[in-house]
Design a protein around this ligand. Structure first.
Ligand code: FAD
Length: 504
Protein backbone atom coordinates (compact mmCIF):
# COMPACT_ATOMS: atom_id res chain seq x y z
CA UNK A 1 0.00 0.00 0.00
CA UNK A 2 1.51 3.29 -1.12
CA UNK A 3 0.69 5.78 1.61
CA UNK A 4 -0.87 4.78 4.89
CA UNK A 5 -1.52 8.21 6.47
CA UNK A 6 -3.79 10.32 4.30
CA UNK A 7 -4.98 13.85 4.98
CA UNK A 8 -8.40 14.33 3.46
CA UNK A 9 -7.98 18.13 3.34
CA UNK A 10 -4.83 17.92 1.29
CA UNK A 11 -4.29 14.58 -0.44
CA UNK A 12 -5.93 13.51 -3.66
CA UNK A 13 -8.46 10.86 -2.68
CA UNK A 14 -10.59 8.98 -5.14
CA UNK A 15 -14.32 9.26 -4.60
CA UNK A 16 -14.63 5.75 -3.22
CA UNK A 17 -12.36 3.87 -0.82
CA UNK A 18 -12.65 0.13 -0.24
CA UNK A 19 -11.73 -1.85 2.87
CA UNK A 20 -12.82 -4.95 4.76
CA UNK A 21 -13.14 -3.13 8.07
CA UNK A 22 -13.90 0.57 8.49
CA UNK A 23 -12.99 1.89 11.95
CA UNK A 24 -14.67 5.25 12.58
CA UNK A 25 -12.71 7.20 15.21
CA UNK A 26 -9.02 6.82 16.14
CA UNK A 27 -9.07 7.19 19.93
CA UNK A 28 -8.00 4.64 22.55
CA UNK A 29 -10.69 2.24 21.36
CA UNK A 30 -10.36 2.70 17.56
CA UNK A 31 -6.57 2.33 17.67
CA UNK A 32 -6.81 -0.78 19.88
CA UNK A 33 -9.22 -2.32 17.38
CA UNK A 34 -7.22 -1.40 14.28
CA UNK A 35 -3.99 -2.74 15.82
CA UNK A 36 -5.58 -6.14 16.28
CA UNK A 37 -5.81 -6.49 12.48
CA UNK A 38 -2.13 -5.81 11.80
CA UNK A 39 -0.57 -8.84 10.07
CA UNK A 40 -3.95 -10.26 9.10
CA UNK A 41 -5.37 -10.49 5.59
CA UNK A 42 -8.07 -7.90 6.37
CA UNK A 43 -7.75 -4.45 4.85
CA UNK A 44 -8.55 -1.82 7.46
CA UNK A 45 -9.39 1.84 6.96
CA UNK A 46 -9.45 3.95 10.14
CA UNK A 47 -10.65 7.51 9.89
CA UNK A 48 -10.83 10.40 12.26
CA UNK A 49 -12.30 13.87 12.06
CA UNK A 50 -9.10 15.34 13.50
CA UNK A 51 -5.46 15.14 12.51
CA UNK A 52 -2.18 14.69 14.34
CA UNK A 53 -2.55 17.98 16.24
CA UNK A 54 -5.25 19.74 18.19
CA UNK A 55 -7.55 21.69 15.89
CA UNK A 56 -10.12 24.27 17.05
CA UNK A 57 -12.51 23.59 14.14
CA UNK A 58 -12.65 19.86 14.84
CA UNK A 59 -12.95 20.57 18.58
CA UNK A 60 -15.95 22.82 17.91
CA UNK A 61 -17.87 19.69 16.80
CA UNK A 62 -17.82 18.57 20.45
CA UNK A 63 -20.19 21.27 21.63
CA UNK A 64 -23.55 20.06 22.95
CA UNK A 65 -26.53 21.49 24.76
CA UNK A 66 -26.49 20.49 28.42
CA UNK A 67 -29.75 20.27 30.36
CA UNK A 68 -30.73 18.24 33.45
CA UNK A 69 -27.96 17.57 35.97
CA UNK A 70 -25.60 20.43 35.34
CA UNK A 71 -22.16 19.56 36.69
CA UNK A 72 -19.53 22.09 37.66
CA UNK A 73 -17.38 21.08 34.70
CA UNK A 74 -19.20 20.87 31.37
CA UNK A 75 -19.28 17.27 30.09
CA UNK A 76 -19.07 18.32 26.45
CA UNK A 77 -16.11 20.72 26.52
CA UNK A 78 -12.61 19.70 27.55
CA UNK A 79 -13.92 16.24 28.18
CA UNK A 80 -12.78 14.72 24.89
CA UNK A 81 -10.47 15.50 22.02
CA UNK A 82 -10.93 15.19 18.27
CA UNK A 83 -7.52 14.22 16.97
CA UNK A 84 -5.55 11.03 16.38
CA UNK A 85 -5.34 9.26 19.75
CA UNK A 86 -8.60 10.94 20.77
CA UNK A 87 -9.02 11.77 24.42
CA UNK A 88 -5.91 9.80 25.42
CA UNK A 89 -4.07 13.00 24.44
CA UNK A 90 -5.00 14.37 27.83
CA UNK A 91 -6.55 11.61 29.89
CA UNK A 92 -5.34 10.78 33.40
CA UNK A 93 -4.54 7.12 32.68
CA UNK A 94 -5.99 5.63 35.87
CA UNK A 95 -6.63 1.98 35.17
CA UNK A 96 -8.38 -0.85 36.91
CA UNK A 97 -10.75 -3.54 35.63
CA UNK A 98 -14.41 -3.63 36.62
CA UNK A 99 -15.29 -6.10 39.35
CA UNK A 100 -16.92 -9.46 38.62
CA UNK A 101 -19.86 -8.26 40.67
CA UNK A 102 -20.60 -5.49 38.20
CA UNK A 103 -19.84 -7.56 35.09
CA UNK A 104 -22.22 -10.34 36.14
CA UNK A 105 -25.17 -8.23 34.98
CA UNK A 106 -23.65 -7.91 31.48
CA UNK A 107 -24.57 -10.40 28.74
CA UNK A 108 -21.10 -11.99 28.87
CA UNK A 109 -19.93 -15.35 30.17
CA UNK A 110 -18.51 -15.32 33.70
CA UNK A 111 -14.84 -14.34 33.62
CA UNK A 112 -14.97 -13.83 29.85
CA UNK A 113 -13.31 -10.43 29.93
CA UNK A 114 -10.29 -11.61 31.92
CA UNK A 115 -8.15 -12.66 28.99
CA UNK A 116 -9.02 -9.43 27.18
CA UNK A 117 -8.08 -7.50 30.30
CA UNK A 118 -4.65 -9.14 30.04
CA UNK A 119 -4.27 -7.98 26.43
CA UNK A 120 -5.49 -4.52 27.45
CA UNK A 121 -2.67 -4.28 29.96
CA UNK A 122 -0.18 -4.89 27.17
CA UNK A 123 -1.89 -2.32 24.94
CA UNK A 124 -1.90 0.33 27.67
CA UNK A 125 1.71 -0.54 28.60
CA UNK A 126 0.84 -1.52 32.17
CA UNK A 127 2.20 -4.11 34.51
CA UNK A 128 1.06 -7.65 33.85
CA UNK A 129 -0.18 -9.99 36.54
CA UNK A 130 -3.30 -9.76 38.65
CA UNK A 131 -4.15 -6.32 39.96
CA UNK A 132 -4.44 -7.69 43.45
CA UNK A 133 -0.78 -8.59 43.47
CA UNK A 134 -0.08 -4.92 43.28
CA UNK A 135 -1.53 -4.63 46.75
CA UNK A 136 1.17 -7.00 47.92
CA UNK A 137 3.87 -4.70 46.51
CA UNK A 138 2.25 -1.85 48.31
CA UNK A 139 2.48 -2.85 51.91
CA UNK A 140 3.06 0.71 52.90
CA UNK A 141 -0.29 2.20 52.01
CA UNK A 142 -1.71 0.50 55.05
CA UNK A 143 0.39 2.90 57.08
CA UNK A 144 -1.34 5.79 55.44
CA UNK A 145 -4.75 4.46 54.61
CA UNK A 146 -6.29 3.02 57.76
CA UNK A 147 -8.04 -0.27 57.62
CA UNK A 148 -11.67 0.70 57.85
CA UNK A 149 -13.06 -2.78 57.74
CA UNK A 150 -15.77 -3.78 57.32
CA UNK A 151 -16.75 -0.68 55.37
CA UNK A 152 -13.86 0.14 53.11
CA UNK A 153 -11.17 -1.90 51.35
CA UNK A 154 -7.85 -0.49 50.22
CA UNK A 155 -7.63 -0.88 46.44
CA UNK A 156 -5.08 0.16 43.83
CA UNK A 157 -5.01 1.47 40.32
CA UNK A 158 -2.19 1.53 37.81
CA UNK A 159 -1.66 5.00 36.47
CA UNK A 160 -0.04 5.45 33.10
CA UNK A 161 -1.35 8.15 30.78
CA UNK A 162 -0.44 6.47 27.51
CA UNK A 163 -0.97 8.77 24.51
CA UNK A 164 -2.21 6.23 21.99
CA UNK A 165 -1.21 8.00 18.76
CA UNK A 166 2.42 8.91 19.45
CA UNK A 167 2.91 5.57 21.20
CA UNK A 168 1.53 3.46 18.33
CA UNK A 169 2.12 5.73 15.32
CA UNK A 170 5.14 3.82 13.99
CA UNK A 171 3.49 0.48 14.57
CA UNK A 172 0.30 1.56 12.77
CA UNK A 173 2.05 3.25 9.85
CA UNK A 174 4.26 0.26 9.18
CA UNK A 175 1.28 -2.08 8.69
CA UNK A 176 0.69 -2.71 5.01
CA UNK A 177 -3.00 -3.59 5.46
CA UNK A 178 -3.97 -0.41 7.36
CA UNK A 179 -4.74 3.07 6.06
CA UNK A 180 -5.55 6.06 8.23
CA UNK A 181 -7.56 8.96 6.86
CA UNK A 182 -7.42 12.18 8.86
CA UNK A 183 -9.74 15.21 8.83
CA UNK A 184 -12.57 12.97 7.65
CA UNK A 185 -15.77 13.15 9.69
CA UNK A 186 -18.30 10.43 9.10
CA UNK A 187 -21.46 12.28 8.25
CA UNK A 188 -23.82 9.50 7.15
CA UNK A 189 -24.23 5.79 6.43
CA UNK A 190 -25.89 4.36 3.31
CA UNK A 191 -28.02 1.30 4.03
CA UNK A 192 -29.11 -1.60 1.83
CA UNK A 193 -32.70 -1.51 0.60
CA UNK A 194 -33.95 -3.63 3.50
CA UNK A 195 -32.01 -1.47 5.98
CA UNK A 196 -30.35 -4.60 7.32
CA UNK A 197 -26.80 -3.74 6.20
CA UNK A 198 -24.55 -0.73 5.82
CA UNK A 199 -23.30 -0.46 2.22
CA UNK A 200 -21.05 2.52 2.72
CA UNK A 201 -20.10 5.43 4.96
CA UNK A 202 -19.91 9.04 3.78
CA UNK A 203 -17.14 11.17 5.24
CA UNK A 204 -16.66 14.89 4.78
CA UNK A 205 -13.98 17.48 5.46
CA UNK A 206 -14.89 20.52 7.48
CA UNK A 207 -15.87 23.68 5.57
CA UNK A 208 -14.79 25.61 3.60
CA UNK A 209 -13.53 22.71 1.41
CA UNK A 210 -16.36 20.30 2.23
CA UNK A 211 -15.08 17.35 0.20
CA UNK A 212 -16.87 14.01 0.40
CA UNK A 213 -15.66 10.45 0.15
CA UNK A 214 -17.57 7.17 0.16
CA UNK A 215 -16.10 4.22 2.06
CA UNK A 216 -17.26 0.72 1.24
CA UNK A 217 -16.50 -2.03 3.73
CA UNK A 218 -17.75 -5.38 5.03
CA UNK A 219 -18.00 -4.11 8.61
CA UNK A 220 -18.28 -0.63 10.10
CA UNK A 221 -17.30 0.03 13.70
CA UNK A 222 -18.30 3.29 15.36
CA UNK A 223 -15.59 4.24 17.90
CA UNK A 224 -16.24 7.95 18.35
CA UNK A 225 -16.40 8.11 22.17
CA UNK A 226 -19.20 7.86 24.72
CA UNK A 227 -20.97 11.10 23.82
CA UNK A 228 -20.38 11.02 20.09
CA UNK A 229 -21.32 7.38 19.42
CA UNK A 230 -24.99 8.01 20.33
CA UNK A 231 -25.02 11.54 18.84
CA UNK A 232 -23.65 10.33 15.51
CA UNK A 233 -26.04 7.36 15.40
CA UNK A 234 -29.00 9.60 16.26
CA UNK A 235 -28.07 11.91 13.38
CA UNK A 236 -27.71 8.98 11.00
CA UNK A 237 -31.03 7.62 12.24
CA UNK A 238 -32.72 10.94 11.50
CA UNK A 239 -31.16 11.11 8.03
CA UNK A 240 -32.25 7.53 7.22
CA UNK A 241 -35.86 7.74 8.47
CA UNK A 242 -35.30 5.68 11.60
CA UNK A 243 -33.34 2.68 10.31
CA UNK A 244 -31.30 2.52 13.51
CA UNK A 245 -34.11 3.04 15.99
CA UNK A 246 -36.67 0.82 14.26
CA UNK A 247 -35.52 -2.34 15.99
CA UNK A 248 -33.95 -0.97 19.15
CA UNK A 249 -35.49 0.85 22.05
CA UNK A 250 -32.59 2.49 23.80
CA UNK A 251 -30.58 4.63 21.38
CA UNK A 252 -29.39 7.65 23.40
CA UNK A 253 -30.91 6.37 26.66
CA UNK A 254 -29.30 5.23 29.93
CA UNK A 255 -26.50 7.77 29.67
CA UNK A 256 -24.09 7.42 32.64
CA UNK A 257 -21.03 9.19 34.01
CA UNK A 258 -19.10 9.13 37.26
CA UNK A 259 -20.85 11.89 39.19
CA UNK A 260 -18.05 12.82 41.52
CA UNK A 261 -18.50 14.57 44.84
CA UNK A 262 -15.70 16.42 46.55
CA UNK A 263 -14.73 16.13 50.18
CA UNK A 264 -11.96 17.59 52.32
CA UNK A 265 -9.89 15.52 54.63
CA UNK A 266 -7.69 16.78 57.43
CA UNK A 267 -5.39 13.89 58.28
CA UNK A 268 -3.77 13.60 61.70
CA UNK A 269 -0.80 11.72 60.29
CA UNK A 270 1.29 12.21 57.16
CA UNK A 271 -0.91 11.45 54.22
CA UNK A 272 0.82 12.75 51.13
CA UNK A 273 3.19 9.78 50.57
CA UNK A 274 0.18 8.03 49.20
CA UNK A 275 0.48 10.31 46.22
CA UNK A 276 4.06 9.38 45.51
CA UNK A 277 3.98 5.70 44.80
CA UNK A 278 5.98 4.59 41.87
CA UNK A 279 7.15 1.18 40.91
CA UNK A 280 10.13 -0.02 39.02
CA UNK A 281 8.82 -1.66 35.92
CA UNK A 282 10.67 -4.98 36.07
CA UNK A 283 14.10 -3.57 35.49
CA UNK A 284 13.05 -1.32 32.65
CA UNK A 285 13.60 1.58 34.98
CA UNK A 286 10.25 3.06 34.12
CA UNK A 287 9.36 5.97 36.31
CA UNK A 288 6.00 6.92 34.99
CA UNK A 289 3.86 4.13 36.31
CA UNK A 290 2.22 5.28 39.48
CA UNK A 291 0.17 3.07 41.68
CA UNK A 292 -2.42 4.88 43.64
CA UNK A 293 -4.23 3.35 46.54
CA UNK A 294 -7.67 4.48 47.54
CA UNK A 295 -10.61 3.11 49.43
CA UNK A 296 -13.49 1.35 47.84
CA UNK A 297 -16.73 0.26 49.38
CA UNK A 298 -16.36 -3.28 50.72
CA UNK A 299 -18.71 -5.99 49.51
CA UNK A 300 -20.29 -6.13 52.97
CA UNK A 301 -20.96 -2.41 53.08
CA UNK A 302 -22.19 -2.54 49.50
CA UNK A 303 -24.78 -5.14 50.37
CA UNK A 304 -25.94 -3.30 53.46
CA UNK A 305 -26.03 0.23 52.15
CA UNK A 306 -26.13 0.05 48.41
CA UNK A 307 -28.84 -2.33 47.34
CA UNK A 308 -29.06 -0.74 43.90
CA UNK A 309 -25.74 -1.70 42.39
CA UNK A 310 -24.13 1.52 43.47
CA UNK A 311 -20.38 1.07 43.85
CA UNK A 312 -18.05 3.62 45.29
CA UNK A 313 -14.45 4.66 45.63
CA UNK A 314 -12.79 7.51 47.50
CA UNK A 315 -9.64 8.67 45.91
CA UNK A 316 -7.34 11.16 47.43
CA UNK A 317 -5.64 14.04 45.77
CA UNK A 318 -4.20 17.23 47.03
CA UNK A 319 -6.50 20.16 47.32
CA UNK A 320 -5.01 23.61 46.98
CA UNK A 321 -6.71 26.07 49.19
CA UNK A 322 -5.33 29.26 47.77
CA UNK A 323 -6.15 30.38 44.26
CA UNK A 324 -6.54 26.92 42.88
CA UNK A 325 -10.06 26.07 41.84
CA UNK A 326 -11.33 23.22 39.78
CA UNK A 327 -12.39 25.66 37.07
CA UNK A 328 -8.75 26.45 36.37
CA UNK A 329 -8.02 22.79 36.05
CA UNK A 330 -10.91 22.45 33.67
CA UNK A 331 -9.56 25.24 31.46
CA UNK A 332 -6.21 23.52 31.50
CA UNK A 333 -7.45 20.10 30.53
CA UNK A 334 -9.17 21.51 27.48
CA UNK A 335 -5.72 21.64 25.91
CA UNK A 336 -4.20 18.35 24.85
CA UNK A 337 -0.79 19.07 26.33
CA UNK A 338 -2.17 19.76 29.78
CA UNK A 339 -0.82 17.64 32.56
CA UNK A 340 -3.91 16.69 34.44
CA UNK A 341 -2.08 15.58 37.55
CA UNK A 342 0.09 18.59 38.24
CA UNK A 343 -2.00 21.52 39.38
CA UNK A 344 1.00 22.77 41.36
CA UNK A 345 2.71 23.65 38.10
CA UNK A 346 0.04 26.16 37.26
CA UNK A 347 0.09 27.61 40.73
CA UNK A 348 3.52 27.19 42.26
CA UNK A 349 2.70 29.44 45.22
CA UNK A 350 -0.23 27.37 46.32
CA UNK A 351 -0.01 25.78 49.74
CA UNK A 352 -1.28 22.31 50.40
CA UNK A 353 -3.44 22.95 53.39
CA UNK A 354 -5.29 19.73 53.53
CA UNK A 355 -5.90 16.66 51.50
CA UNK A 356 -9.08 16.24 49.63
CA UNK A 357 -10.54 13.96 47.12
CA UNK A 358 -13.44 12.88 45.12
CA UNK A 359 -15.97 10.27 45.90
CA UNK A 360 -16.57 8.42 42.75
CA UNK A 361 -19.63 6.31 42.24
CA UNK A 362 -21.00 3.74 39.87
CA UNK A 363 -24.59 4.94 39.80
CA UNK A 364 -27.64 2.94 38.83
CA UNK A 365 -28.53 3.45 35.14
CA UNK A 366 -31.58 5.67 34.59
CA UNK A 367 -33.63 5.26 31.41
CA UNK A 368 -34.44 8.97 31.08
CA UNK A 369 -30.83 9.99 31.44
CA UNK A 370 -30.31 10.53 27.74
CA UNK A 371 -28.89 12.17 24.68
CA UNK A 372 -31.25 13.54 22.06
CA UNK A 373 -30.77 15.99 19.20
CA UNK A 374 -31.28 19.72 19.54
CA UNK A 375 -32.37 22.08 16.76
CA UNK A 376 -28.94 23.68 16.35
CA UNK A 377 -26.68 22.45 13.55
CA UNK A 378 -22.91 22.07 13.47
CA UNK A 379 -20.52 22.61 10.58
CA UNK A 380 -21.03 19.14 9.07
CA UNK A 381 -24.81 19.53 9.04
CA UNK A 382 -25.47 17.37 12.09
CA UNK A 383 -27.93 18.41 14.73
CA UNK A 384 -26.05 19.15 17.91
CA UNK A 385 -26.59 16.64 20.71
CA UNK A 386 -28.54 17.57 23.82
CA UNK A 387 -27.38 15.92 27.03
CA UNK A 388 -29.90 15.42 29.82
CA UNK A 389 -27.86 13.56 32.44
CA UNK A 390 -29.74 12.25 35.48
CA UNK A 391 -28.87 10.23 38.54
CA UNK A 392 -31.27 8.19 40.62
CA UNK A 393 -32.82 9.89 43.69
CA UNK A 394 -32.60 6.60 45.55
CA UNK A 395 -28.86 6.50 44.96
CA UNK A 396 -28.57 10.06 46.23
CA UNK A 397 -30.02 9.03 49.62
CA UNK A 398 -27.61 6.13 49.82
CA UNK A 399 -24.68 8.34 49.02
CA UNK A 400 -25.60 10.72 51.82
CA UNK A 401 -25.81 7.86 54.27
CA UNK A 402 -22.54 6.43 53.06
CA UNK A 403 -20.76 9.78 53.39
CA UNK A 404 -21.86 10.13 57.00
CA UNK A 405 -20.66 6.61 57.79
CA UNK A 406 -17.31 7.38 56.24
CA UNK A 407 -17.01 10.55 58.28
CA UNK A 408 -17.70 8.63 61.49
CA UNK A 409 -15.36 5.74 60.60
CA UNK A 410 -12.45 8.04 59.82
CA UNK A 411 -12.93 9.98 63.02
CA UNK A 412 -13.22 6.83 65.13
CA UNK A 413 -10.08 5.33 63.58
CA UNK A 414 -8.06 8.34 64.74
CA UNK A 415 -6.98 8.95 61.16
CA UNK A 416 -8.38 12.38 60.64
CA UNK A 417 -11.40 14.55 60.18
CA UNK A 418 -13.50 14.47 57.10
CA UNK A 419 -15.29 17.62 56.05
CA UNK A 420 -18.30 16.97 53.92
CA UNK A 421 -19.75 19.66 51.72
CA UNK A 422 -23.30 20.95 52.02
CA UNK A 423 -24.20 18.92 49.00
CA UNK A 424 -23.67 15.73 50.96
CA UNK A 425 -25.44 16.85 54.08
CA UNK A 426 -28.54 18.66 52.90
CA UNK A 427 -31.13 16.82 50.96
CA UNK A 428 -31.79 18.14 47.47
CA UNK A 429 -28.53 20.02 47.20
CA UNK A 430 -26.56 17.19 45.68
CA UNK A 431 -28.38 17.34 42.39
CA UNK A 432 -28.48 21.13 42.32
CA UNK A 433 -26.60 22.95 39.61
CA UNK A 434 -22.82 22.94 39.93
CA UNK A 435 -22.66 20.57 42.92
CA UNK A 436 -21.17 17.50 41.26
CA UNK A 437 -18.30 17.04 38.86
CA UNK A 438 -18.71 14.89 35.81
CA UNK A 439 -15.99 12.29 35.67
CA UNK A 440 -15.23 12.78 31.94
CA UNK A 441 -16.39 9.19 31.56
CA UNK A 442 -19.24 9.03 29.08
CA UNK A 443 -21.03 5.71 29.10
CA UNK A 444 -24.17 3.77 28.39
CA UNK A 445 -26.10 5.56 25.63
CA UNK A 446 -25.72 2.73 23.07
CA UNK A 447 -25.94 -0.01 25.66
CA UNK A 448 -25.40 -3.73 25.25
CA UNK A 449 -28.37 -6.00 25.90
CA UNK A 450 -29.72 -9.31 24.66
CA UNK A 451 -33.14 -7.66 24.42
CA UNK A 452 -33.28 -5.09 21.57
CA UNK A 453 -35.90 -3.11 23.47
CA UNK A 454 -33.44 -2.47 26.31
CA UNK A 455 -30.35 -2.00 24.25
CA UNK A 456 -28.75 -0.93 20.99
CA UNK A 457 -26.10 -3.61 20.48
CA UNK A 458 -25.96 -7.32 21.23
CA UNK A 459 -23.31 -9.17 23.26
CA UNK A 460 -20.90 -8.87 20.30
CA UNK A 461 -21.36 -5.08 20.12
CA UNK A 462 -23.34 -5.53 16.88
CA UNK A 463 -26.32 -3.27 16.25
CA UNK A 464 -29.53 -5.21 16.84
CA UNK A 465 -31.07 -4.25 13.49
CA UNK A 466 -28.08 -3.81 11.16
CA UNK A 467 -25.91 -6.86 10.48
CA UNK A 468 -22.53 -5.27 9.80
CA UNK A 469 -22.72 -2.21 12.07
CA UNK A 470 -20.83 -2.36 15.36
CA UNK A 471 -20.33 0.09 18.22
CA UNK A 472 -17.23 0.08 20.42
CA UNK A 473 -16.37 2.05 23.53
CA UNK A 474 -17.88 2.84 26.90
CA UNK A 475 -21.21 3.76 25.32
CA UNK A 476 -22.00 0.02 25.16
CA UNK A 477 -21.67 -0.50 28.93
CA UNK A 478 -25.04 -1.57 30.41
CA UNK A 479 -23.85 -0.72 33.96
CA UNK A 480 -20.54 0.43 35.37
CA UNK A 481 -18.21 0.35 38.30
CA UNK A 482 -16.21 3.06 40.08
CA UNK A 483 -12.92 2.66 38.12
CA UNK A 484 -12.48 4.63 34.89
CA UNK A 485 -14.07 3.12 31.78
CA UNK A 486 -11.15 3.02 29.35
CA UNK A 487 -9.56 -0.21 30.56
CA UNK A 488 -12.85 -2.08 30.11
CA UNK A 489 -13.76 -0.28 26.85
CA UNK A 490 -10.43 -1.35 25.32
CA UNK A 491 -10.88 -4.93 26.57
CA UNK A 492 -14.28 -5.07 24.84
CA UNK A 493 -12.76 -3.59 21.65
CA UNK A 494 -10.08 -6.29 21.54
CA UNK A 495 -12.79 -8.90 22.07
CA UNK A 496 -14.77 -7.33 19.20
CA UNK A 497 -11.71 -7.53 16.93
CA UNK A 498 -11.46 -11.28 17.62
CA UNK A 499 -15.15 -11.66 16.82
CA UNK A 500 -14.86 -9.70 13.57
CA UNK A 501 -11.89 -11.77 12.45
CA UNK A 502 -14.05 -14.85 12.80
CA UNK A 503 -17.08 -13.49 10.87
CA UNK A 504 -15.69 -11.45 7.95
C1 FAD B 1 -9.31 14.93 31.60
C2 FAD B 1 -9.68 13.49 31.38
C3 FAD B 1 -9.14 12.52 32.21
C4 FAD B 1 -9.51 11.18 32.02
N1 FAD B 1 -8.95 10.25 32.82
C5 FAD B 1 -9.28 8.96 32.70
C6 FAD B 1 -8.71 7.98 33.55
O1 FAD B 1 -7.87 8.29 34.39
N2 FAD B 1 -9.11 6.69 33.39
C7 FAD B 1 -10.03 6.33 32.46
O2 FAD B 1 -10.36 5.13 32.37
N3 FAD B 1 -10.58 7.24 31.63
C8 FAD B 1 -10.22 8.54 31.73
N4 FAD B 1 -10.77 9.47 30.88
C9 FAD B 1 -11.70 9.02 29.84
C10 FAD B 1 -10.91 8.48 28.64
O3 FAD B 1 -10.14 9.51 28.09
C11 FAD B 1 -11.92 7.94 27.62
O4 FAD B 1 -12.66 6.90 28.23
C12 FAD B 1 -11.25 7.33 26.40
O5 FAD B 1 -10.29 8.19 25.85
C13 FAD B 1 -12.33 7.04 25.37
O6 FAD B 1 -11.75 6.45 24.24
P1 FAD B 1 -12.56 6.36 22.88
O7 FAD B 1 -11.61 5.84 21.88
O8 FAD B 1 -13.84 5.64 23.13
O9 FAD B 1 -12.98 7.88 22.55
P2 FAD B 1 -12.05 9.12 22.21
O10 FAD B 1 -10.71 8.93 22.83
O11 FAD B 1 -12.80 10.34 22.56
O12 FAD B 1 -11.83 9.03 20.64
C14 FAD B 1 -12.88 9.21 19.73
C15 FAD B 1 -12.28 9.62 18.39
O13 FAD B 1 -13.35 9.63 17.45
C16 FAD B 1 -13.18 10.74 16.59
N5 FAD B 1 -14.50 11.07 16.03
C17 FAD B 1 -15.57 11.56 16.70
N6 FAD B 1 -16.61 11.71 15.86
C18 FAD B 1 -16.19 11.31 14.62
C19 FAD B 1 -16.79 11.23 13.34
N7 FAD B 1 -18.07 11.57 13.13
N8 FAD B 1 -16.04 10.79 12.30
C20 FAD B 1 -14.74 10.44 12.47
N9 FAD B 1 -14.13 10.48 13.67
C21 FAD B 1 -14.84 10.90 14.73
C22 FAD B 1 -12.59 11.82 17.48
O14 FAD B 1 -11.87 12.77 16.71
C23 FAD B 1 -11.68 11.01 18.41
O15 FAD B 1 -10.35 10.96 17.94
C24 FAD B 1 -10.43 10.82 31.02
C25 FAD B 1 -10.97 11.81 30.19
C26 FAD B 1 -10.60 13.13 30.37
C27 FAD B 1 -11.20 14.17 29.49
Amino acid sequence: MAQSLLDFRRDEITETLDADVCVIGAGAVGIALAREFINTSHRVLMLDCGGEDFDDDADALNRMEVVGLNPRNRPDEGSRLRQLGGTTNHWGGWNRPFSDDVLKSWPLRKGELNRYYDRTRTYLDLETGPFDELSAWLREPDQYLPDLNPWLDVVVRQIRALRAWPFYKKNLLSADNLRILTHASVQDLQFSESGGRVDSALAVTLPPRSRRVEIRAKAFIVCCGGLENPTLLLNIDRQSNGVLSAKTGALGRYYMDHAELSYDLLPFSCFMPVMKYRIENHGRGVEYLHVRPSWSLSAEAGTRWMPHALTADFHTQCTYRTKWEYENLHEMVKRPDANFDLPGKANPDAKIEFTGGLMNFGWTPVEDSRITLSEAQNSIGHQVGRLDWRISEEDVSHVQLLAQRLEQSLGASGFGRLRLGDNLLKRGLLTAEGRVYNGNHHMGATRMSLDPQNGVVDQNCRHHGVDNLYVAGASVFPTYDWPGPTFTAVALAIRLADHLKSVI
